[in-house]
Design a protein around this ligand. Sequence first.
Ligand SMILES: C[S@@+](CC[C@H](N)C(=O)[O-])C[C@H]1O[C@@H](n2cnc3c(N)ncnc32)[C@H](O)[C@@H]1O
Length: 505
Amino acid sequence: MIKYAADTSQLFEFQDQNDFDRFRDLLSRSGYMDAGLLDSIGINDDLPAIKGNNHPLLLERTASGSPLHTLIRLFLMEMPVPIDILKKTIKPMTVDDWEQAGLIHCRDQEVVAAIKLLPFQNLVVAFDLTSIMQTPLRENYVMGIGSSTITLSNLTIRRHSRRTLDLGAGCGIHAFLAAPHSDRTIAVDINPRAVQLAKFNAKLNNIRNIECLQGDFFRPVSEQKFDLVVSNPPFVISPETRFIYRDGGLEADSVTRKIVRNVPHVLNEGGYCQILCNWAQTKEQDWGERLENWFEGSGCDAWVMRSESLSAATYASTWIKHTEFFDQETEFAQRFRRWMDYYEEHGIQSVGAGLITMRKSTGKASWFRADESPDKMLGPCGESILAGFELRDFLETVKDDKTFLDSRLRHSPDIRLEQQFDPAEQGWKTTSSFITLTKGFAYRGNSDPLIANLLIKCDGKTPLKNLITDMAASLGASPEQLAPTLCGLIRKLIEQGFLLPGHQN
Ligand SMILES: C[S@@+](CC[C@H](N)C(=O)[O-])C[C@H]1O[C@@H](n2cnc3c(N)ncnc32)[C@H](O)[C@@H]1O
């Protein structure tokens, strides 16, 4: 574990507990919590990148001095606002209340925000301003709603959970999003500043079934069991240990490996763990084979979905530029060289990114799958993850082709077939044929018209072998010849959710 400096900054807490209600009332009355707020001022397209700026369009759109515009300028645009206007805006609360709670700093006749306050999915969450990165508090920086946060929240399994753990909770966002479908949620973070902010946010959003604990990963919850664990850990692979939110302090991708190895101890049977992470990829070994070792003996089925693979150089440049504000190119060059030396030392050629989902299922042989994510994810995808587990469970029961050919399959109601025909001498000629899914994991693939035809005939009642026999007859081939290739292809279509098990005997 890395030793970071103690954070002696302001506690985020109102003296009077009723002030949380007053603050929430103010935010909600002013329209600050409304869906569409960010759209209305034209900054919703790039939520993770909202920073203090004085873009003329934003200034124009927030110039009225209304409570909403004042709050937007203060907490979203990170602009100073006149103290007199703020006093009127926040009555019956006072500027002193806010300053003592750690929300603002007063200077002369102006007030500046000490935290960012962002409306997100019917919640409002406080986290650190990016400007903290230029102060001594930088290592304790509590990150806000980043693109990794949004990705994980979109992939989270949202079925009922008796107890949910948000591991590396930061400002607490995944714990809050899980609260409505959990009896109890626990947010754990090693950074005391993050725990303070998470507690503040829980009170601000009036979330009661939550506990925010400080500690090293599973240590504060080692005696408890969970139906769901979600984690967006400090997964960045680098030689550095400078930021709690980014650097886990272990070699290469060992932070994620450590979570994978330890989480089975706190999972209930049938419970899920979802980790958004990066992993090292080497020249010598296939990425899936390398990761498979992590899960051996875990008693969990594991499904890794890779969304991206970046060369070591692109990865290093991207992450270094996230946090450094270089005046001189030489500084960047030195840091970049150090990162690249580290990758060379560890044989890391590229870095994979994606989601690991584990499900505790002891008492049977566990399965492992490493797949590429679909190019598009449409809407929340937790249901697609659950369906993906069920489909892989089904495939485990029909491993040999003979059993598989007896199964009855149906096409997904979300499947669409797109075909393009070009005029030809004798009527029309098919020039392209695609199948796509319209919800969740929106896989899209080329589909031979013969396969498209087979898919359409999957009615959930006809055994697969009958469909293959019909296809073989139409081609003048024998079913035995076609079956091995078709079985492989149809298994892939099941994995991706185009085909589902129908009524089995
Ligand atoms: C990438 S941030 C994720 C924050 C938030 N969960 C999200 O998704 O936006 C990683 C978080 O893990 C926390 N963390 C780092 N090392 C930890 C450890 N050893 N135990 C618990 N939390 C840790 C950091 O303080 C940080 O808040």
